[in-house]
Structures are given as C-alpha cells and as structure tokens.
Design a protein around this ligand. Structure first.
Ligand SMILES: Nc1ncnc2c1ncn2[C@@H]1O[C@H](C[S@+](CC[C@H]([NH3+])C(=O)[O-])CC(=O)[O-])[C@@H](O)[C@H]1O
Ligand SMILES: O=C(O)C(=O)Cc1ccccc1
Length: 246
C-alpha cells in the first residue's frame, strides 16, 4: 500500500527539521506503524469509541488527519443520522493524498458518512457543532503556547454527549520512568527494522517540532479548557490515548 520508510537511512551532514512533505507522505503509513506503538489498535478503536459519542446532525472532526486513517475508521463505525466527517490537515501533500484514499474508500463501500477534506490550519479553523473531535497524535506538533486555546475552542464546539479523543506521545516527569519508557520505545523501533542511524537522525529531526507533554499536563490543561473528565483508555509504552468529556 505504501513504500517502506527509508527517509533517515543514509547519513546526513545536517538533519533538517521534520516536515510533512511529499517524501514523508509516500512512506507515512509504514512510518507511523513502525514508530508509534499501538497505532493500529488506537485507530481502529477510535472508530468504536466515536460510535458511542456521535450525535445526530453534528460534525465529526479528524484534526491533523494526515492520510485519513482515523477518518476511515470513523466512517467504518459511525452510522448516526445526519453526521458528516471533516478531515483537516495543513500539509498540502497530506490533504491531497487523503482525498484520494477517501475516494477509494467510497468506491469500496456504500452508505458511508459524507466526508470533506480541508487543507487548513486547525488553529485558524472555525469549528461547527461537533460530537466527536479526534486529535490523533496532532496536538504534540502544535506550538505549546497555542495548545490551551485550541482545546478551549474544541470544548466550545462540542455538543452534550460528545467527546474529544486525544492521542499523544507521553513525557514522564519521573526521570527513571522517562528513561525506561524511552528505552522500550527504542527497542520497539529496532524490532521494527529501524537502524541506530535511522533512529538517531529521526530523533534529531523531530526534537524541535514535536513536544510531548506529561499526562498530568494534558489533564490539567483539558480541565482548564472546560472539560469535566479526562479518562485514559489506552497506553502502549510511551504512547497513550484519552477521552475528554465536555
Ligand atoms: N496546525 C495544523 N493544522 C492542521 N494540521 C496540522 C497542524 N499541525 C500539524 N498538522 C498535521 O498533523 C499531522 C500529524 S500526524 C497525525 C496522524 C494521523 N492523525 C493519523 O491518525 O494517521 C502525527 C505524526 O506524524 O506523528 C500531520 O499530518 C501534520 O501535517
Ligand atoms: O516519537 C517518535 O520517535 C516518532 O517517531 C513519532 C513520529 C511518528 C511519525 C512521524 C513523526 C513522529
């Protein structure tokens, strides 16, 4: 389905900051599966969870949709009447490939929820009344000072009975926990065929663009944004997913 990720396999004199460009799009499904422990389980179960929160005549948002893996899962599981899925990504290469993948899903399956793909910045998007908002490994790429405001806008868009589904790489405040879970994540990457060079160069490419928070930071910020309850439902090594209720 997609090429295998060899982006960081050759030594680079200087490792540039990671960007979601055409080269990344080409290998993205392989890259994310081999880099994020639990990713396939999270994506499929977000569809199951979303079906419990979807309310008639509302929007289901997939913010930072990349190639629309979550959007596809939402469309496999949610049948609430009058709903539509809106997938949003600000990387041109992602949004255009996402549209192609969703056309393919439409041609394979009838009676799926209607879907729209927007090439847009989620920090500038006006949100319609929504019952499900998925931020699946997207918030960690938003500049830290802008995270609170984004979550406040999402909270205001959510209707009663809805939910924010938030997945993130976690940081751990206890240095021993951080060291252990970082080592286990490295072992996961090695077991998936990444070399020490690929692992080191990828780390230096993402360290300026991807800034994980701790669970306690997520929880405090979500409560401050007006969410009433934050419930972890999945963790695999240092990657986790939470349900935040309005
Ligand atoms: N301000 C922004 N506005 C819109 N999109 C953004 C913004 N910042 C980053 N992105 C987009 O957020 C996505 C993050 S990947 C999400 C995986 C997907 N959810 C998945 O379930 O497969 C996570 C990862 O690669 O680890 C990229 O496609 C960015 O272009
Ligand atoms: O945290 C990491 O080490 C990752 O590799 C996460 C990741 C996955 C896919 C694109 C960017 C970052």
């Amino acid at each position: 389905m997609s090429d295998s990720d060899r982006i960081f396999s050759q030594p680079l004199a200087q490792v540039p900051d990671f960007v979601f460009n055409e080269d990344v799009v080409r290998v993205f499904p392989d890259m994310i599966k081999r880099s994020v422990p639990g990713y396939p389980a999270i994506v499929e179960n977000l569809g199951v969870l979303a079906a419990q929160f979807a309310q008639p005549d509302t929007v289901l948002y997939d913010l930072g949709a990349s190639l629309g893996a979550v959007t596809q899962a939402l469309r496999r599981h949610v049948t609430a009447p009058g709903c539509q899925v809106v997938a949003v990504d600000n990387a041109q290469a992602m949004a255009s490939r996402c549209r192609e993948y969703l056309k393919a899903q439409d041609s394979m399956c009838q009676e799926l929820l209607p879907v729209q793909v927007l090439e847009a910045d989620i920090l500038e998007l006006a949100l319609q009344p929504a019952s499900v908002v998925a931020l699946n490994f997207t918030l960690q790429f938003i500049a830290p000072p802008l995270r609170q405001g984004l979550l406040e806008r999402i909270r205001q868009a959510l209707v009663p009975g809805g939910a924010l589904l938030l997945s993130e790489k976690l940081r751990f405040t206890d240095p021993a926990d951080q060291a252990l879970l970082t080592d286990l994540h490295l072992a996961f990457k090695r077991a998936n065929g990444y070399s020490e060079l690929e692992i080191a160069q990828k780390r230096s490419a993402i360290e300026n663009v991807m800034k994980p928070d701790s669970f306690e930071e997520h929880r405090a910020r979500l409560l401050a944004a007006g969410f009433s309850r934050v419930v972890p439902w999945f963790q695999c090594i240092n990657f986790a997913s939470f349900i935040a209720l309005p």
